[in-house]
Design a protein around this ligand. Sequence first.
Ligand SMILES: [Ca+2]
Ligand SMILES: [Ca+2]
Ligand SMILES: [Ca+2]
Ligand SMILES: [Ca+2]
Length: 393
Amino acid sequence: MNFNNIIRAALIFIVAIVISGILYDCERELELVKFIDDYRSYKPEVRIEAILAPIQICDAEPCYQVIVRVDNSITIDDTTIFNGRDDNGNWRSYTDENGNGRYDFGEPLNDDLGRDGIAGQKDGFPARDKGEGNGKPDYGEPNVDEYDEILPLIHDSTAIVSLTNLNQQKTYPLVWKNIAANFQYLGRISDDKKENVYFSAYGGYVATANVIGLADTNDVFEFCVELPGRNLTVKGQTQLIPPADILNPGFPRVQDTLYIPYGAPGGIMWRSDPRSNVYNVRVDTVVSTSSGLEHLLVYEHPNFANRDLTAANGGIPVGFEPLTAELVPGLYRFIVTTLDENYGRYYFTSLPLKDPKNSNLRDQDGNVIIGIAGAMAATAIYFRILPNAGAKR
Ligand SMILES: [Ca+2]
Ligand SMILES: [Ca+2]
Ligand SMILES: [Ca+2]
Ligand SMILES: [Ca+2]
């Protein structure tokens, strides 16, 4: 399931909320004292993301068709979750190749990349920075405070969660799983100048039975999340959304694979349900390993219905993703995920998190609860970029 961007956005949102809607840029140093008035009285809140995802591209079990994540927000000055330590023992120090007990320029840094998480140059840019090659885990280094460490600390597994198909008057209990879904994300840039792909998983409440059944896009699903410890009962409704149709982009196609000369202009186009105009697109490289084919994340980002293409299509949304020169010859997989209009707005928004337009979740007194009840559906196509002497860019 391609929740990667969504999770990253959500984590940034958690931090952002305590600075009153000022967008937090993870790459910039902010002095916390400047915001102290904004977060002094802040009490951590609950955030709920309740998603119907019956049609997904799932490479690693488990693959549940309904997932509800219940997380606690944290304050920006919290040092218990982001503690700068390697709590699960997977951080790798530099390799002391010449055995002299210290880092010498040219030895592999591994995760010991310093606070900026980037291998520094001896006399160039970026410069070597604090904590780089010191043999100790530091804030900002890969495998320090990574998702595997922090997600279990923000999840709330004490809720009672259910899903009701209101049209069919059927209610299904959802159960907590420590691993509700797996995801990949890109890590920091290491010695070889590549963004490493990392794997992680998050916990949540899932449907273990087929709760979608014969439901269609007219059926209304209501999530109910009870948090007795907070004296909260939170509800939100959503409806199924169909996956996009990938349109013929004018490249030769054999079964599920497009054949595209390197440097050819154009891209991949799709048509979606009129209720969906925000998408998540993801490109994976397909690599052959000893255990079979593996799909590794190359990039992932939001995408939107293209105004001109949509107008030319009589107002039915059409999305377009250009193929970039970054995609060197090889085999790739393209995934486009449609989000229903509420989830799309939540996923890509400039509104404050508690804006009533941003969240469709309400507690028993009608108060806005951060999060979303939404639906998504994914579809995929493979494409092979061919080495091509003739094409010009
Ligand atoms: Ca050395
Ligand atoms: Ca270090
Ligand atoms: Ca770690
Ligand atoms: Ca840690």
